[in-house]
Design a protein around this ligand. Structure first.
Ligand code: ZN
Length: 84
């Protein structure tokens, strides 16, 4: 198993990494994968801007602040997008 070429992030991974990304604690390579995925995935771009708006509104960010229902909703929406 080679780690030379990082595989593309999945939407699910992106959702899991989004708080780390916004807190700027992701390692550089993870951050690059994150940004590559956001560039190529409309759904995750929308998700990221939603989260950013949420962070602006609350002034802070913590994993527990992301409503689980919202997470599920987004992941469900991803599945719908993938189907089309
Ligand atoms: Zn995505």
């Amino acid at each position: 198993m080679s780690a030379a070429i990082p595989s593309e992030l999945t939407c699910k991974e992106l959702v899991e990494l989004v708080t780390d990304y916004l807190e700027d604690v992701l390692p550089a390579d993870e951050r690059t994968r994150f940004e590559l995925h956001v560039c190529s995935c409309t759904g995750c771009r929308a998700y990221l801007s939603q989260i950013r708006a949420l962070v602006r509104a609350s002034g802070r960010l913590a994993e527990r602040d992301l409503p689980a229902a919202m997470r599920d909703e987004v992941l469900h929406a991803f599945r719908e997008w993938k189907r089309t």
